[in-house]
Design a protein around this ligand. Structure first.
Ligand SMILES: [Zn+2]
Length: 82
């Protein structure tokens, strides 16, 4: 079993789509790129800085990895706020 995770903050060169709130990340703005490998499956996500922080906070609160697209819903359900 191999597992790693890395996140970095970058400046968008082109438009990306946030995988938490599904709104565009405009070129020239800071965004978070979160990449990892889980049992040989490579994955990566891009988020607005706030959305990335929210996903992290909800995952920490629940204690396991979450689907980033559900972070906003889960944050409401569990009463997690940034
Ligand atoms: Zn977002």
């Amino acid at each position: 079993m191999s597992e790693f995770q890395t996140s970095s903050t970058r400046k968008a060169q082109k438009q990306h789509k946030c995988q938490c709130c599904y709104k565009p990340i405009e070129p020239g703005t800071q965004y978070v790129r979160h990449a990892g490998c889980n049992d040989g499956d490579f994955y990566w996500f891009v988020f607005h800085e706030n959305c990335g922080a929210l996903v992290q906070k909800v995952a920490d609160y629940i204690g396991e990895a979450i689907d980033p697209g559900e972070a906003i819903y889960l944050a409401e359900e569990y009463g997690v706020e940034l």
